[in-house]
Ligand binder design. Structure first.
Ligand code: SAM
Length: 221
């Protein structure tokens, strides 16, 4: 990390980063470690969670434009979290917290069930080589975990510039009984709450189509 990023961890982590009780691995979350969002953000407000927030561009922009909602950025990339803290400080953002942890474990153990209003997965690592596709985040197991965290009527939004991964996401979520498509055609319209990040720009410059998907969490029985 650069000196600035080291400073972010020293000076800003107490303000922005949630403490996640760990299991065995450094980015794990111990079962039973659930937070109370009302305590963390100091109010009762819609909660929007981004998985793999990178340098924080999308979530900082969203947190600034929607002060009535609370935001959680989940990331395992330490330098990215530092840049997010620096960006949040610059923008004087109060409604954003960060957690350095493996996203599925955050959904399962750190967030209370049915506590998330919107869950965002924008440009997750594509693992596009055939031998690596099994490392992808969006799988049937992920759909079940996401369904546990998102409240009834809440939204799951995804975007990717890798056609084959977009089809995998759609296949997985179409098959998940907890979710229903929130778009009519082949793909959802581009989510207008998302700013253009380097990953989206790079995909578009390489001539790849950007695919958006959105799903509604069905009512629990
Ligand atoms: C391709 S980048 C996209 C970043 C950002 N969404 C954007 O559009 O600029 C994917 C990010 O997901 C993070 N990531 C990958 N697996 C993760 C996991 N299991 N939990 C949390 N973050 C993860 C990576 O560290 C990386 O920063």
């Amino acid at each position: 990390m650069t000196d600035g990023q080291e400073r972010a961890w020293t000076d800003l982590a107490a303000r922005y980063v949630l403490d996640a009780p760990r299991d065995d691995a450094a980015t794990s979350v111990r079962p039973g470690a659930a937070i109370d969002p009302r305590e963390v953000w100091g109010r009762d407000a819609p909660l929007i969670v981004e998985i793999g927030s990178g340098q924080g561009h999308a979530i900082i922009h969203a947190a600034v434009s929607r002060p009535e909602a609370d935001f959680l950025a989940i990331e395992v990339f330490t330098a990215g979290l530092a840049r997010t803290m620096l960006g949040a400080e610059r923008a004087a953002v109060e409604n954003l917290r960060l957690v350095e942890a493996n996203a599925p474990e955050v959904l399962e153990h750190l967030l209370p069930p049915a506590s998330v209003d919107e869950l965002w997965v924008f440009f997750p690592d594509p693992w596009h080589k055939n031998k690596h596709t099994k490392r992808r985040l969006v799988t049937p197991e992920f759909a079940t975990t996401a369904a546990g965290a998102v409240r009834d009527g809440g939204t799951l939004r995804l975007a990717t510039d890798w056609e084959q991964y977009a089809r995998q996401m759609r296949e997985v979520l179409d098959a998940a009984p907890e979710f229903e498509r929130a778009f009519a055609g082949e793909w959802a319209d581009r989510f207008d709450g998302r700013v253009l990040t380097a990953f989206e720009r790079k995909g578009a410059r390489a001539g790849r189509a950007i695919r958006d998907l959105s799903y509604i969490r069905q009512r629990r029985e």
